[in-house]
Design a protein around this ligand. Structure first.
Ligand code: CMC
Length: 436
């Protein structure tokens, strides 16, 4: 019996199985040999929502949820937030190492020169209703980009893959800014190559009639740090959507559209929007205790709290709290901050939250910063999608190059009706059968 193995005794048959253990994990397919008879399909594991199933081996992002650790390619998020830039972090996530000066210059050049989008996308954008949610617009227009780049279907060609990766990271801020300008009835602003990635994004959003736009350095830096913090987060719902849809070998623009749809939901990237709406609904500090009572009574969740992986303070939330102070020095304090701080204070000493290890997550304070920077609430998840594109494409490429991966196709436990014969309408009972 190998030391690195698990012995399973099937009490139904008395048979014993030695299952190899690698990286503290058993391979679910090794369970299939466990059968009660020759005709038996074999044992499967049941794991709705993948709470205890590794779907891949990855070298990109490490999280220790109990200790509150998040590293990209081994580098702690706190160090990257303090010392790196979003594009350098995107490079690191994509290629595994920090770039040399030359590599960095080339990467920045490539991204900067792929920010334009085809003029027809503007017409496409104009077709959306004036109050269309920008996340819906983003998903639609990214999906549409696949029709402008038919070469993107060559996913096994490394050069083509590289081109699509650059296009996706570079064009996402442009699409996002256009979606915003559309909702405001403002003319679209073209990218300015003299600005940084984050500075140019602010330019495309907020430039009015001035001949050149100069972003406030503190706000530009804050935007960049927020982008770093959101760049990847291993196998979350949208990364899983990206990998799963990408595993069908569809082009990456279509897979990113699916990832954006996953991120849109209020339990994922839509949470920052939900936090702000919640803080506004609470209205004042003295109503916080009442709100917590309602949450504990099962009337909704405390948005921006809790995480599938973090059972400790989300390390991103810590950086963002500090960042909020810097931003508020420029923009003035967001009055909702007092409500948020009070909510955190009460929740962190409440038994309900302590027992369930519910701490503020990344979305708890981001909304306050975004609002202070004059972003409308429905742009918040879009601000998450822009940097996360770097993570999505890195996860996608890792999946494609992983020889152990195939088209994603989970199993099910079928509990429906056994085979039965079709009944013609005239022979069916007049009242419908009771549903199980
Ligand atoms: N408020 C109140 N109770 C909560 C909350 C919350 N925010 N989150 C979890 N719980 C309770 C939940 O009711 C359950 O209690 P019980 O055991 O009595 O049934 C227990 O905690 C465990 O919850 P769960 O639903 O099994 O946990 P999960 O890992 O499936 O859910 C989550 C994780 C993030 C979806 C959830 O915590 C949540 O809905 N939070 C609010 C939404 C939010 O802030 N989402 C942003 C996540 S971070 C950004 C990202 O990466 O997408």
């Amino acid at each position: 019996m190998a030391a690195e193995s698990l012995t399973i005794i099937d009490n139904r048959t008395g048979k014993k199985y030695d299952i190899p253990v690698e990286h503290g994990t058993i391979n679910a397919m090794d369970l299939r040999q466990i059968k009660t008879s020759d005709g038996d399909f074999g044992m499967m594991s049941y794991d709705p929502a993948f709470t205890n199933t590794a779907s891949c081996k990855s070298k990109i992002t490490f999280i220790d949820g109990d200790k509150g650790i998040l590293n990209y390619r081994g580098y702690p998020i706190e160090q990257l937030a303090e010392k790196s830039t979003f594009l350098e972090t995107a490079y690191l996530i994509l290629y595994g190492e920090l770039p040399t000066g030359e590599q960095m210059d080339e990467f920045v050049f490539q991204i900067t020169h792929h920010t334009m989008i085809h003029e027809n996308i503007k017409k496409f954008m104009d077709g959306f209703h004036h109050d269309a949610h920008p996340m819906g617009i983003l998903a639609g227009t990214v999906g549409a980009l696949s029709t402008f780049y038919p070469d993107a279907k060559n996913i096994m060609d490394p050069a083509s893959r590289q081109t699509q990766i650059i296009r996706l990271i570079a064009k996402m801020p442009t699409l996002a800014a256009y979606a915003y300008r559309h909702s405001r009835g403002l003319p679209y602003t073209y990218p300015d190559n003299s600005l940084s990635f984050s500075g140019n994004f602010l330019n495309m959003l907020f430039r009015m009639t001035e001949p050149a736009y100069y972003p406030h350095p503190v706000l530009e830096k804050a935007m960049d740090v927020l982008f770093i913090l959101h760049a990847d987060h291993e196998q979350n719902c949208s990364a899983n959507a990206m990998r799963s849809v990408g595993s069908s070998h569809v082009n990456p623009f279509s897979a990113v559209a699916a990832a954006i749809a996953a991120l849109y939901g209020p339990l994922h990237g839509g949470a920052n929007e939900a936090v702000l709406r919640m803080l506004k609904e609470i209205g004042s500090k003295d109503k916080v205790a009442d709100h917590i009572k309602k949450v504990k009574a099962g009337e909704g969740r405390l948005m921006g709290f809790g995480h599938r992986i973090y059972k400790n303070y989300d390390p991103r939330a810590k950086v963002i709290r500090g960042l909020a102070e810097e931003v508020f020095e420029v923009t003035g304090k967001n009055p909702l901050l007092d409500i948020a701080v009070e909510l955190e204070r009460i929740a962190l000493q409440d038994e309900y939250f302590m027992k369930r290890k519910l701490y503020p997550n990344v979305d708890f304070y981001t909304g306050l910063i975004y609002e202070a920077m004059k972003f409308p609430v429905d742009m918040f998840p879009v601000l998450f999608a822009i940097p996360r594109t770097a993570g999505w494409v890195a996860q996608w490429e890792e999946m494609l190059l992983d020889r152990e991966q195939k088209i994603a196709r989970p199993r099910q436990i079928y509990l429906g009706s056994p085979r039965r014969e079709y009944i013609p309408m005239d022979n069916r009972p007049s009242s419908p059968p009771v549903k199980h």
